[in-house]
Design a protein around this ligand. Sequence first.
Ligand SMILES: [Zn+2]
Length: 289
Amino acid sequence: MKRGNVIKPILPILGLTLTLLSCNKASEQAHGVIKVPSQIITVNEPTDKMAEIINNSDLAIDEKQGNISVYNHYASNFIIAIDPGHQAKGNFELEPIGPGASQSKAKVASGTCGVSTKVPEYKLTLEVSLKLREELLARGYNVFIIRETDDVNISNRERTVMATEARADIFVRIHADGSENSSINGILTICPTIHNPYISQLYVQSRALSDYILNAMVAVTGAKKRGVSEVDNMSGINWSTIPVTIIEMGLMTNPTEDKLMQTEEYQQKLVIGIADGIEQYFIRNDIVY
Ligand SMILES: [Zn+2]
């Protein structure tokens, strides 16, 4: 969402005088210029969750008041693209790892598998992604989800194209990790490096998105914080045209975490953490517009 080129008059809201910022996407949608993909579900009733997060944050009073007004008016104009990682069958045909790249990688890898539960990663990622969609809709956001079934064949590059065509503001890719060391556990997020040859212009926002989501997830779940990994060899990052993060929710090769990630209670914590992180990202980015 780009803001700042058209400013509406100052309006009194919540007994305060605040300047409202504009939203290109909102006005374009209102005039029917943009064809919104049918998968996007719109909810125009934002909740008080944002106000709660802002009030608990370390923002200055003016920022809190200003951003509450922005949220109340514009949360429904954000579109979040969710990519449930992998699919029932990997596709090992090759595609370039980025625009103009000479290096290629498999279109979609198979993903990992639960060492105890035997649940494949693609099932876990879809389950959590569908819950995340519900949570974000309940908070007033629009959501575009890349897949709703396991039986698809969509390459990592194609997923970024879908997110772009959906006019999403951010691309959140849901994965779980695997390791030869079964004792490793915890949450990791991934973004490009500042020197990424394809999307270095999205580094700052992608890093911020990765940080906010990681921190919020760790706060809600109590999981170990593995940090933000910056890499340039991920097709689903390099082809992105919007701020992007990969969330490695936990280690499916760690028996305890594998079983935990299959519980309803823990999945809900993961979802709340991701949604909190996304909201914090939007709040903080609003300040610089
Ligand atoms: Zn994965």
